[in-house]
Design a protein around this ligand. Structure first.
Ligand SMILES: Cc1cc2nc3c(=O)[nH]c(=O)nc-3n(C[C@H](O)[C@H](O)[C@H](O)COP(=O)(O)OP(=O)(O)OC[C@H]3O[C@@H](n4cnc5c(N)ncnc54)[C@H](O)[C@@H]3O)c2cc1C
Length: 389
């Protein structure tokens, strides 16, 4: 078998890369190790309106809920409300969402092989070794795009290094007395040291409840049983449990001769929230486009493919860098620091700035706005101010 481009991994990044490569004239094979697209799911499925637009599939049966804002809780239980009027985000059902993205890649001309796992890479000549439906074989390609998620073998086999940091996440789907159906809840502080915990409503009485931290299972059990707000709302019935990893801090290089790495595999994830669908698909589209052009020109060298690296870093590289610094600073704050910070944010003018300028895909913008509009905040936000310089 021979293709211009093989995309390894049919998650959102893989399907978008395949779609853009096929639509730009390349012969494309998309392979997925599992027997079904979008399964198993390791995601809360919260994406901004902008992210849904980036994925180019619009509203459909993959939308579980519309989100207008967030309640953020300090460790001492104070609540602030952000947003509230327009729809800012959607909760998606990943299985259906991922299938729709794969369908669009196929419609653009890509071939899809399920139950096909990449097991090795022969560097010279770009031969991918696979086990496809139980049979071992080799597939040749001019370019291989690694969209194979957080544990990317394609990046490893191509000596492209590792992401900076891996967060461990855990989440249940459970019966929950949802406070407000169109608001997510964020719980800060020692409930999830180093990151945060969340509840994302799916229905009036069902939510995805989870957290990211080290030893996630231990913290989840303790949160469900004894967090003063969550334990009150959680009805004690878990319908689904999943664990997953989130890569933070992108690879130093995302291309080599005949190789490109996209999405979680490249660490293209927002360090402030752990969300990777917007960033991954944005970069994957660039990768697909550049790959098809490189094939057409007959030059698939690292030098030619560096156009992808340059373009994705100019689109989101700075935001990811700032996000990484903010993540490092915030993860070191104590409960009392966070209580103080959230107490200061609880001011109508500040909340209105956050609601107006808050962008879940580009969070550094609102931090800058706040510092400009409220210099008094500088003392409290001093650490963050340094992070965004
Ligand atoms: C707990 C948790 C909550 C999250 N919540 C959100 C959220 O609310 N919003 C958001 O934007 N992001 C969220 N994320 C992150 C999001 O899930 C990822 O960023 C996103 O799935 C990355 O897409 P991807 O296509 O790069 O990789 P993936 O979706 O991981 O897809 C990779 C695909 O490659 C396949 N694969 C791997 N190895 C091989 C191989 N050798 N051969 C063939 N196929 C292979 C896998 O089976 C998989 O289908 C969350 C993550 C976690 C862990």
């Amino acid at each position: 078998m021979k293709y211009d481009i093989i995309v390894v991994g049919a998650g959102p990044a893989g399907s978008l890369a395949a779609k853009y490569a096929a639509r730009n004239g390349a012969s494309v094979l998309l392979i997925e190790e599992h027997a079904a697209i979008g399964h198993p799911v390791g995601c809360t499925g919260l994406i901004s309106v902008k992210a849904l637009g980036e994925c180019e599939i619009g509203l459909g049966k993959w939308i579980n809920n519309e989100i207008r804002g967030a309640f953020i809780y300090s460790p001492d239980g104070h609540e602030i409300q952000i947003g509230g009027r327009e729809v800012k985000a959607y909760v998606i059902e990943r299985k259906m969402f991922d299938r729709e993205l794969a369908k669009r890649a196929i419609k653009a001309g890509a071939d899809l092989l399920l139950q096909t796992k990449a097991i090795g890479l022969k560097k010279d000549g770009n031969v991918l070794e696979v086990i496809s439906q139980g049979e071992r074989s080799e597939i040749r390609a001019k370019i291989i795009i690694g969209a194979d998620g957080v544990k990317s073998n394609i990046a490893k086999w191509s000596d492209l290094g590792k992401v900076k940091k891996i967060l461990l996440g855990i989440q249940i789907l459970g019966l929950y007395d949802v406070h407000d159906h169109s608001f997510v809840e964020i719980f800060t502080g020692s409930v999830a040291p180093g990151f945060f915990a969340w509840s994302v409503p799916i229905e009036e009485d069902v939510a995805r409840i989870g957290l990211c931290t080290s030893k996630p299972l231990q913290y989840l059990t303790s949160m469900l049983n004894s967090h003063p707000i969550i334990s009150e709302r959680y009805r004690g019935s878990c319908l689904d449990l999943m664990m997953g990893s989130i890569p933070l801090g992108p690879l130093k290089r995302t291309v080599s001769n005949g190789i490109m790495i996209v999405g979680d595999a490249a660490g293209q994830v927002k360090p402030s929230s752990g969300g990777g669908i917007y960033t991954g698909t944005l970069c994957a589209k660039i990768a697909g486009e550049v790959a098809a052009a490189a094939v057409k020109e007959g030059d698939t060298s690292a030098k030619r493919l560096a156009e992808y690296e340059k373009r994705w870093r100019s689109a989101i590289g700075r935001e990811l860098k700032i996000g990484m610094r903010i993540n490092e600073v915030v993860s070191r704050l104590s409960d009392s620091d966070i209580n103080e910070l959230i107490g200061m944010l609880n001011d109508p003018e500040i909340l209105s700035i956050i609601s107006q300028y808050g962008d879940m895909d580009y969070p550094s913008a609102v931090v800058k706005k706040l510092i400009l509009a409220k210099p008094r905040l500088l003392r409290s936000l001093g650490v963050l101010a340094k992070a965004i310089k």
